[in-house]
Design a protein around this ligand. Structure first.
Ligand code: HEC
Ligand code: HEC
Length: 339
């Protein structure tokens, strides 16, 4: 068992008997305090927003509810789909309200609990603060905090779920962002074929994926320096030589430093087989295109990391690398009970 015991503060009650302090399970969704295996970093639960099942239940409802967008056409889950590893499978840029597009490709929310900064340039320090931005962005949900509070305060389901999560009192926007962040911190993925292979199950990876692992985790590919296991990210920023002429300054938007121009946060590669298209702008549709980019060594931008250099991998080795990346897909995570 990867997950700990149920931490329901009360027993599971039927709707009619719900009261503050007691948690009603939502369908077959019973949120549990996520536990991580040995060797993983610990999850930082903010002092003012510790895990509770009631907040996770509320957060999940909000995450998949189009009520958070002006024309009720999109939810968080429209751009972050569970079956796609909480990323958007569609076009490079995701569709928001009024037929407008988000400015970047929707990233996966896999293991976002371990994040130390959010967005590709890393300008947002917490998930609570991050949740504000899609809601108020005119290209994504186009709402205001006050409008969200008004909408939710006339909805009997939310009146009940907020009371369970926070007790008596008015529905607040901060209660919305805390609940969303709580739910997001439960989206843990750590049961891929790669993990089973690491745990000693030698058949969990195909021979090709094992050869790919040797490239990825060895000096030949050097991928692990930035995509460091077990998270498959160093949570840092690098220029991978995607462009010589930049259209997105990336990390430099936050730091203002020329040396950070064209650097982006290293994304996790967990569930990478289903989270395409790839890179901050979704320019690559297949993993094969991504590994070909690395194999070529990238464009000669002055900030390109020294780790990005022509690798001279053969066609077969590129296939092996792709097969290894596919082995980071956690089917239990993608099919876990959700709405
Ligand atoms: C219209 C599509 C769209 C909607 C709706 C949307 N997102 Fe996103 N989300 C994105 C895009 C695009 C990014 C990447 C932004 C960037 O890097 O600049 C993103 C980034 C994020 C991140 C940062 C991930 C990371 O690793 O840095 C989180 C967390 C997140 N979204 C959660 C949410 C939540 C919660 C909601 C609902 C309140 C939501 N999103 C609604 C498209 C969307
Ligand atoms: C110098 C650090 C670094 C090295 C080395 C590196 N990567 Fe990356 N990788 C990144 C960064 C940063 C991004 C995000 C770039 C962007 O969004 O524009 C990325 C993106 C990716 C993506 C797309 C992720 C997504 O969600 O869109 C894949 C797949 C990937 N890398 C695989 C690899 C493989 C395979 C190797 C080894 C051949 C490798 N990387 C080596 C830093 C690195």
């Amino acid at each position: 068992m990867l997950f700990g015991i149920l931490l329901l503060t009360g027993c599971v009650l039927d709707e009619g008997r719900a009261s503050s302090g007691n948690v009603v399970a939502d369908g077959d969704y019973l949120p549990v305090l996520p536990k991580t295996p040995a060797g993983w970093p610990s999850i930082h639960w903010p002092a003012d927003n510790p895990f509770t099942p009631a907040k996770a239940i509320l957060g999940r409802r909000l995450f998949f509810d189009k009520i958070l967008s002006r024309d009720r056409s999109v939810s968080c889950g429209s751009c972050h789909l569970p079956t796609e590893g909480f990323a958007d499978p569609g076009a490079a840029l995701s569709l928001g309200v009024h037929g407008r597009f988000a400015k970047r490709n929707s990233p996966t929310l896999t293991n976002v609990a371990f994040g130390t900064s959010f967005m590709s340039e890393g300008g947002v320090p917490t998930l609570e603060l991050q949740a504000i931005s899609p809601i108020v962005s005119e290209n994504e949900m186009d709402m205001t905090a006050a409008e969200i509070e008004t909408r939710l305060s006339i909805d009997t389901l939310y009146l009940r779920l907020f009371r369970q999560a926070y007790g008596e009192g008015p529905i607040t926007f901060s209660g919305v962002t805390k609940a969303l962040a709580t739910y997001e911190r439960t989206l843990l993925s750590m049961n891929s074929p790669y993990d089973r292979w690491q745990a000693g199950e030698s058949d969990a990876l195909s021979p090709s994926a094992k050869r790919g692992a040797a490239i990825f985790l060895g000096e030949k590919g050097d991928c692990w320096h930035c995509h460091a296991p077990p998270l498959f990210t160093d949570r840092d920023f690098h220029n991978t030589g995607l462009d010589f002429v930049l259209t997105d300054l990336g990390r430099a938007l936050v730091t203002g430093r020329t040396s950070d121009e064209g650097s982006f946060k290293t994304p996790t590669l967990r569930n990478i087989g289903v989270t395409g298209p790839y890179m901050h702008d979704g320019r690559f549709t297949t993993l094969r295109q991504v590994v070909e980019h690395y194999n070529a060594g990238g464009k000669p931008h002055p900030n390109v990391s020294a780790l990005i250099r022509p690798m001279g991998l053969t066609d077969g080795e590129l296939n092996d690398l792709v097969n290894f990346l596919e082995a980071l897909t956690d089917s239990t995570f993608l099919t876990a009970p959700r709405p």
